[in-house]
Design a protein around this ligand. Sequence first.
Ligand SMILES: *[C@@H]1O[C@H](CO)[C@@H](O)[C@H](O)[C@H]1NC(C)=O
Ligand SMILES: *[C@@H]1O[C@H](CO)[C@@H](O)[C@H](O)[C@H]1NC(C)=O
Ligand SMILES: *[C@@H]1O[C@H](CO)[C@@H](O)[C@H](O)[C@H]1NC(C)=O
Ligand SMILES: *[C@@H]1O[C@H](CO)[C@@H](O)[C@H](O)[C@H]1NC(C)=O
Ligand SMILES: *[C@@H]1O[C@H](CO)[C@@H](O)[C@H](O)[C@H]1NC(C)=O
Length: 601
Amino acid sequence: MSSFRSPSLTAWLKVATLTATSILGASAAATPRAAACLDVWTPITAKDYNAAINPGWNLGNTLDAIPDEGSWNNPAVVQATFDDVKKAGFNSVRIPGKTNENTFQMEGARLTVQVTYTHHFTGSSPDWTINSTWLQRVSKVVDMALSSGLYVITNVHHDSWEWADVSASGANLTMIEEKFYRTWVQIGQTLACKSPKLALEPINEPPANTAADGAELNKLNELFLKALAESGGQNAARVVTLAGGSMDSIKTSEWFKLPTGNYKAKQYLALQYHYYSPYDFIFQAWGKTIWGSDADKATLEADIANIRGNFTDLPLVIGEAEAGMLLEPAARRKYIDFFARTAKKYDTSLIVWDNGDGYLDRSTHTWRDPQLLDILKNAVKGVSNSLSDSTTDGSATSQSSSAYIFHKVGAAVTDQVVKFLLNGNTVKSIRATDGTVLSSSKDYSVSGGDVTVKSAFLSKYLSATAAPGSKTNLTVSFSAGADATVEVVQWDVPVLGSTTSKAQAGSDLIIPITWKGLYKLAAVKMLRNDGVYLFDDWTQYLGPLQQARGTYSGQWDRDGASVKLMAATVAQVISGGVTTTFTFEFYPRVPGNSVNYTLTV
Ligand SMILES: *[C@@H]1O[C@H](CO)[C@@H](O)[C@H](O)[C@H]1NC(C)=O
Ligand SMILES: *[C@@H]1O[C@H](CO)[C@@H](O)[C@H](O)[C@H]1NC(C)=O
Ligand SMILES: *[C@@H]1O[C@H](CO)[C@@H](O)[C@H](O)[C@H]1NC(C)=O
Ligand SMILES: *[C@@H]1O[C@H](CO)[C@@H](O)[C@H](O)[C@H]1NC(C)=O
Ligand SMILES: *[C@@H]1O[C@H](CO)[C@@H](O)[C@H](O)[C@H]1NC(C)=O
């Protein structure tokens, strides 16, 4: 590594003027001036790094936002956010960008973010100069995260589809290789002297459809290592998490090959992939709100085992995974518990995705589901969590959930049984939101995992005539593991502000709603009056709660005091030319808890 006096960022940028480079020096380009560092540090191997970062958190939809930080749903990041993350027990942060509905649709299955450089290039070929203000901002954010004591992974993010898509028809691979290499030279120089707790990731979810695309991505990984080696500083011994096709576990298993160019010792190499599966559960597609059968678990484990089986000696990082706040909480908690345990079993670290609407409310510094956080941390440590039971049978006609006690307006208050999967623990105590500790004789009784909450206690909150809404949260503590919360909800069927209209092309249809219990929409059935499913006829082969159901975000949504049918849904009605009934379904997912809206043509 060459050494000269610690250069300033601008000095590096000035000297690093390269000409077109094909990978591995075929058209020998000038080697960029290597950065030198004042501090010398002890490198961390990828294996130790991977053990230390679990669990991690993604700074989603921020520096990856397009065109700029703050352009999406989150404000510019501040130090306090990283402090919150560290304090909550996360060990690492991945710093990416965002996905909005557009990218969701474009990418089909993508909810991700890191740093997107696309809109920050100030020069073109062959230098591809990146705006130094932007590089300094990235450097500053990395410093903030490091100073909170977190391990940090940063990448090049939505560039994967903005300009670096090797799978696009007519892609100019020469340009992609040149620009990608130059991008990493500049980032490498900027971050050259950061702590060994900073790891780098070449590019987020690079699209790949064929073995040839996979081979091209292997070339980009090689270029990434070359750029880092040449950018100097501590980068030669810095951990990297390489990327296979789409960061999909199967494509990665099939096409990823370790770089052979000797730009970095193997002990500093890890491999990253992302896991958003099963797709329908994670993305609320086709009415799927149930998860947790033995078959569901076996499928998840087989996926994690498959990629591990292909890369037995490489540290594996799941850089993104999500089970969002809109999901039914008992299913969500079971999913996160099993997923984190399974990843750990296969020696894979896990960094959860948070686009700003997920785990952390950055503006209030509060965690939206503290129980989920505890479940995650315990699962990673191997401590058993007791979990709220819920329906796992996909052929069921209704869905039960012990994350709630539901009481319908008009009904008499009775004893309610809440079921827990104890997983070796015992129930210790229960307290209400106001701090009241429930009496284990008067207020509830326990038999194995069944907790019966007595009507006398529930009558403090519920009655035939109480106003609908959330009444209290019971926090159940166990002999070990995370607490479980049980939300006590008085409910009635929500009421739509109108129930029919003529389909109007071009915009989302916003329908006012009066919620009566939870502010949550479970699913929307979309059935034409001639009996044909508005979308996805094949959902007839799914369970009764999924047939003819649409998909969250792309086809339906809810926002404050309204529910929405997206413009694409309205357009489908118009193009089909048949009046269509939309059945909005709520929690509890029981027969009758739904309302119809008719869109005429
Ligand atoms: C670099 O970015 C800053 C901040 O966004 C902007 O003010 C400046 O004009 C940019 N410089 C160039 C050369 O585009
Ligand atoms: C491909 O990119 C290279 C490098 O930027 C450029 O010189 C060349 O003209 C491009 N080819 C086409 C067909 O645009
Ligand atoms: C490697 O991955 C491929 C593709 O998913 C799979 O068919 C194969 O069984 C895996 N190998 C091992 C040893 O797990
Ligand atoms: C119970 O918890 C939920 C979820 O955090 C919250 O939305 C609700 O307001 C709480 N209910 C009460 C009565 O505090
Ligand atoms: C709602 O529409 C469905 C047809 O999609 C129909 O079967 C059901 O009876 C309707 N419910 C009400 C309350 O009108």
